[in-house]
Design a protein around this ligand. Structure first.
Ligand SMILES: Nc1nc2c(ncn2[C@@H]2O[C@H](COP(=O)(O)OP(=O)(O)OP(=O)(O)O)[C@@H](O)[C@H]2O)c(=O)[nH]1
Ligand SMILES: [Mg+2]
Length: 457
């Protein structure tokens, strides 16, 4: 733990600057051996910047012009003494500075080791460490905003708040078991029940945000399906702003699944344009249609496209039946042409699914489509405040366990059983919430989380 570590913290390649980060008890000592400035860095005040030269420790040859920033423990990213040496954005300069630091007594940092030290030194909790990964990997403004807010501790604060209320309840039960024979009276039990059920609903609320949180971060897997020639590929091209898929007036143009990821209305759509569904004897088209169904089956969202200049076909009715109960949007395309589609019938078959009219030829109605997607996927997020959105599978799992244990607590109270019996499940729920912020996690879990980081972070 106290070994001094070093790594290149900027991406591999050429750029404006490259940064070599050094952290640990000996960071200033190592830095002094490889950096020549006006005065030794070990004499520098914390949070100061120094101009000088990075040198090769082995032969004292100048590597590059450099700036060194000094951040002393505990007010640094890792909580230890940290020196960051910036050189010109050349991979060679950065590599040489790193080698020099390793020669001068540092050891190469493992992936995520700087952030891991921040966690072990109590600078951030585990949910905040996960927010750091999310910031690095975020692909939409919304995911980014939520991750930043999580790093500030909003989710952790919420979890802590619930956990502390549960700890109070556990303490009250403990006291009653120690000092009284008869335990809680009717009034006391009722208070206990109210307290526990309010914690239960808080956990439930966080969980209800998780489904939305996950699609917000990972993207919405979206299948564009329908009969041949209705304009599925045209829609894909329009959404992606590029001629991604081949569009022709020949029905059955698309055979393979064409995938594209686009950002729309702050959400990430993982689009799959598929082969038009119809009866066919063509071997290749048949395989394509099988793949269309496979896409529907694994999608979070199905966009069913219809040609409004054609009447509804039997196959389209079957497709509507096949996708019933799925999160779907019905898109009526080609609104520039004379209408043949019976809209009363389609409204009836749509059930609660939204219907959007578009013209893929000129882009009319695209805002309505994006708004329909947003309306379907933002509701879970509306329940909680920004930064309290759960976007992580591990955290979701712990919340699920906490919810289960709290449910058992409430059942025990309902059965009028001895209050002592509540303790076991209550303590489990407290531990589950602790897992989220890293209070009760195994080394294995910690390893797994930090292995997702890159070297230098
Ligand atoms: N008038 C009009 N034509 C359109 C519109 N959208 C698409 N088309 C035309 O309809 C034809 C089929 O479009 P595609 O996007 O290839 O349709 P598809 O559903 O992908 O067809 P398959 O891949 O064969 O299943 C092309 O000639 C398009 O130019 C529209 O809004 N209005
Ligand atoms: Mg197509």
């Amino acid at each position: 733990m106290n070994e001094t570590i070093a790594a290149i913290s900027t991406p591999y390649g050429s750029g404006g600057i490259s940064v070599v980060r050094i952290s640990g008890d000996e960071a200033l000592f190592v830095a002094d051996r490889i950096f020549r400035g006006r005065a030794p860095l070990s004499a520098a005040k914390t949070h100061t910047l120094h101009h000088g030269k990075a040198v090769d420790y082995a032969n004292q040859k100048i590597i590059d012009e450099a700036l060194a920033s000094v951040m002393r423990a505990p007010k640094s990213y890792t909580g230890e003494d940290v020196v960051e040496i910036s050189v010109h954005g050349s991979m060679l300069s950065a590599d040489l500075v790193l080698k020099s630091a390793l020669g001068a007594g540092a050891r190469l940092a493992q992936p995520g080791e700087f952030t891991r030290r921040a966690f072990l030194n109590g600078k951030i909790d585990l949910a905040q460490a996960e927010a750091v990964i999310d910031i690095i990997h975020s692909k939409t403004t919304q995911a980014h905003e939520n991750a930043v807010s999580q790093l500030e501790g909003h989710l952790s604060g919420k979890i802590n708040q619930i956990r502390e209320r549960l700890l109070d309840v556990a303490a009250a039960i403990g006291v009653s078991a120690d000092y009284t024979d008869e335990g809680f009276d009717e009034d006391g039990r009722e208070k206990l029940y109210t307290l526990l059920s309010s914690c239960f609903s808080e956990v439930e609320k966080l969980l209800s945000s998780a489904q939305y949180g996950m699609v917000m971060k990972e993207g919405i897997v979206t299948a564009i399906v329908g009969s041949p020639n209705v304009g599925k590929s045209s829609l894909l091209n329009l959404l992606s702003g590029a001629e991604r898929a081949i569009v022709t007036e020949i029905p059955g143009t698309t055979r393979d699944v064409v995938e594209e990821t686009v950002s729309a209305g702050g959400l990430l759509l993982r689009l799959a344009d598929t082969a038009g569904i119809r009866q066919t004897e063509d071997q290749v088209e048949k395989i394509g249609i099988e793949r269309s169904y496979a896409c529907i089956d694994k999608a979070n969202l199905v966009i069913l496209v219809f040609d409004s200049s054609n009447a509804l076909s039997e196959e389209e009715k079957q497709l509507l039946a096949y996708t019933e109960g799925r999160t779907r949007i019905l898109v009526l395309n080609k609104t520039d042409l004379a209408k043949q589609l019976d809209e009363t019938e389609i409204s009836r078959l749509a059930g609660t699914s939204p219907i959007v009219r578009i013209c893929a030829k000129d882009g009319t109605g695209m805002d309505d489509l994006v708004n329909a997607v947003k309306a379907l996927f933002s509701s879970g997020g509306a329940e909680v405040q920004n930064g309290e959105l759960v976007t992580n599978a591990r955290q979701t799992q712990s919340l699920l366990h906490a919810k289960e244990h709290l449910e058992y607590c409430l059942e025990t109270l309902n059965r009028n059983e001895c209050v002592d019996l509540v303790s076991i499940d209550l303590n489990d729920a407290i531990a589950d919430l602790g897992e989220i912020i890293g209070l009760s996690v195994t080394e294995e879990v910690v390893d797994k989380i930090f292995s997702q980081f890159c070297v230098g972070k």
